[in-house]
Write a protein that binds this ligand. Structure first.
Ligand SMILES: CC(C)(COP(=O)(O)OP(=O)(O)OC[C@H]1O[C@@H](n2cnc3c(N)ncnc32)[C@H](O)[C@@H]1OP(=O)(O)O)[C@@H](O)C(=O)NCCC(=O)NCCS
Length: 332
């Protein structure tokens, strides 16, 4: 345990991301399933997504994102004391993807574990990392959100395969020395709606068998229009609550960074918050829905583009399988 000062905050001191080189465009998908570029763009906003190679597992993407985040912050692997990986597409059911990442980074001095909170996993991780640092359990945490959703996607199901992509984003977190960092959070879950978005087979509820494979039950199943309604409602709720808890008004927001599942969900949430489009960061057109990797990639892109100024108020907002939802108010 390390000592901390009362009232201190936790901040992101470095970011990085990795997206596989292979690009799958909507034109490519038109040749694979009965769809059109026009349908995909107008219904979701996605134009292209990245796809992992046959050899790449989720940990491989996470390791590269982590290396880049460490390098960008001039950290050595020895400088971190915990690895948390958020993922819905782990390398293996056990051990955790975080342990595969730990091995890849040669970080044999740290503890490592996964959190599963669907697409909300990176924000759940941020909230958890904050409390671990403020309580003195950890000093510097490597938080990674990584997915290879392409390997649990049913490429015959046009309603899901056009939406998702593969990528990983990473952040290094430590105690803040000034007033920047996490200001407030709000997080919730509702397991009664789990069946609207899930991977039915492969766990102990429905072990993998010849029948589950034949029935495509090891792939993502989603009732898209149902998920859509809940996402809009819950992302609005999270954003409002996180702002309230930080004592902020909507006008204080410089950047609204929502989970990138669908531009229509993003627009509806921004409209509810009355945040104008120029304050909303959107990159879904280039990566699709990369689940837990969305928010760290957005943060990294904004940062390297020089668009995050000291003191900027950022609102991070996510929704995912579970259902889970969360928002974090942050001062850069
Ligand atoms: C998936 C999603 C884009 C579908 O958009 P939608 O407007 O709800 O569309 P629907 O599912 O109602 O389908 C409308 C029609 O389009 C068809 N359709 C579905 N996918 C299609 C595709 N890729 N190309 C062409 N048509 C398609 C459907 O079969 C349906 O046809 P029908 O009316 O003849 O039955 C949208 O529901 C969504 O984004 N949901 C939330 C997803 C999400 O956030 N998931 C992750 C949470 S982290």
């Amino acid at each position: 345990m390390h000592k901390r000062e009362q009232g201190s905050r936790v901040k992101i001191v470095s970011t990085g991301f990795y997206a596989p080189e292979k690009v799958l465009t909507n034109a490519d998908l038109e040749k694979m399933v009965d769809t059109t570029d026009e349908w995909i763009v107008s219904r979701s906003g996605v134009k292209e997504r990245r796809i992992a190679s046959a050899e790449q597992a989720t940990s491989d993407l996470c390791i590269e994102a982590a290396r880049r985040a460490l390098r960008n912050g001039h950290f050595k692997v020895e400088d971190i004391d915990l690895i948390i990986v958020a993922t819905a597409s782990p390398d293996t059911i056990f051990p955790s993807t975080a342990c595969w990442v730990q091995e890849g980074l040669k970080a044999d001095h740290v503890a490592a574990f996964d959190i599963g909170a669907g697409c909300t996993g990176f924000l759940y991780g941020l909230i958890l990392a904050e409390s671990l640092i403020l309580s003195g359990v950890s000093k510097r945490i490597l938080l990674i959100g990584g997915e290879v959703l392409s390997k649990i996607t049913n490429w015959k199901d046009r309603a899901t395969c056009v939406l998702f992509g593969d990528a990983a984003g990473a952040a290094v977190l430590e105690e803040s020395r000034d007033d920047s960092g996490i200001l407030s959070h709000y997080w919730k879950a509702d397991g009664s709606l789990a069946g609207l978005l899930f991977q039915p087979a492969g766990g102990t509820r429905m072990p993998a068998s010849v029948q589950t494979v034949a029935g495509d039950l090891h792939y993502i199943q989603m009732k898209g229009n149902e998920v859509f309604k809940h996402a809009v409602k819950r992302m609005g709720e999270s954003a409002v609550e996180a702002l309230k808890r930080a004592g902020l008004r909507k006008e204080d927001i410089r950047w609204f960074i929502p989970h990138q599942a669908n531009t229509r969900i993003i627009d509806a949430t921004a409209e509810r918050l009355q945040v104008p489009p120029e304050k909303v960061y959107v990159n879904i057109q280039r990566y699709g829905n990369v689940s837990v990797a969305c928010i760290p990639i957005c943060l990294h892109e904004l940062h390297v583009a020089g668009k995050l100024k000291k003191g900027d108020i950022i609102l991070l907002d996510a929704f995912g399988a579970g259902f889970t939802w969360a928002a974090v108010a942050y001062r850069w």
